[in-house]
Design a protein around this ligand. Structure first.
Ligand code: FE2
Length: 313
């Protein structure tokens, strides 16, 4: 396989591979286990990104047990190119027997400078090329699915945008109906960008601009929709910010979890490559633990944002 040849090459030039002495152990008592990564941003302009994603996947290969979900929170690639998405899929398939379902939402890099409908079809083909991949229709990026009786809502821009997302009124109405159907049960809403002034913005977008780093103009409308319900986990990427006090913020109705990048360089004081989170969902709580998948190590639990438990209301 291509992935085997690539790993051999990486090891030959000294790219470190994750340690194996502290593997992920999936808790079989959890109702749901999730591996959550942000922004692989695979590109031929930086082969190191492929190397970092490959290292993270190798950590999954060493995992004890099988996760219910591997999710990627957008910016799978840099330019939306077919070859970039094929590379990402090839790398992820190397750990394909370690997760049952694969979810991915589109990021600004995946869709910008592309024709909307053909790129949507390309993105859906990418999702389906990974085992367990669950994609929506070729009408729009947003769709929902259920895994282990929990709803997952995938959002996405309704038009091509350079940095933010455009969430149409139709998608907002649909989001409202989807959340209403959950009846207060924990629900996972996936979107590339977080809401305005959350998850440390504007600090986590390096202080640039009022709305920048966020979903954009529809931020308040999404927030108002969330506030009508409870136990919403709003999981996002885009910020490339390493594990810190900003990654998780509890707003009552919704819990904002912003993921570091697994493929690009992380900002902030904790800037190891290949970071992400592992979520375990139980009847009464969700536990969230940060891991440097690229190193094969959990993040020191004394670091803010490294480990926390959230009670289910
Ligand atoms: Fe992004």
């Amino acid at each position: 396989m291509l992935i085997d040849k690539m790993r051999t090459a990486l090891e030959a030039v000294g790219i470190p591979q994750p340690a194996k002495d502290d593997p992920i152990i999936i808790d079989e008592n959890a109702n749901l286990s999730i591996i959550a990564w942000g922004d692989p941003q695979i590109s031929f302009v930086s082969p190191l990104r492929s190397a970092r994603l490959s290292s993270a996947c190798r950590d999954l290969e060493n995992m004890q047990g099988k996760a219910d979900v591997l999710m990627l929170l957008g910016d799978i690639c840099e330019f939306g190119k077919q070859a970039e998405l094929m590379m990402a899929a090839e790398i992820i398939r190397g750990a394909g027997d370690k997760f049952s379902n694969f979810l991915a939402v589109s990021g600004n890099h995946d869709i910008r400078a592309r024709s909307y409908r053909p790129q949507l079809e390309r993105f859906n083909r990418f999702i389906k090329s990974v085992n367990g991949g669950i994609a929506g229709t070729n009408e729009h990026y947003y769709f929902s699915t259920e895994i282990n009786s929990y709803k997952f809502i995938m959002m996405g821009s309704d038009s091509t945008a350079f940095e933010s997302s455009h969430i149409s009124n139709a998608q907002l109405d649909w989001l409202d109906r989807e959340l209403a159907s959950c009846g207060g049960r924990p629900v996972f809403v996936l979107n590339h960008q977080t809401l305005d002034r959350t998850n440390g913005l504007p600090v986590t977008w390096l202080g640039r601009g009022d709305w920048r780093g966020s979903v954009g103009k529809q931020s308040d409308a999404i927030k108002e929709t969330f506030e009508r319900y409870k136990n919403i986990w709003f999981i996002t990427g885009h910020l490339h910010y390493g594990v810190s006090k900003y990654n998780f913020e509890d707003y009552g109705a919704y819990k904002a979890l912003s993921l570091p990048t697994v493929g690009v360089l992380n900002h902030g004081s904790f800037d190891r490559n290949g970071q992400g989170y592992i979520l375990s969902v139980y009847d009464d709580k969700v536990t969230v633990r940060a891991r440097v998948f690229g190193d094969g190590k959990y993040v020191d639990s004394n670091l803010p944002g490294a480990y926390f438990e959230v009670k289910i209301d």
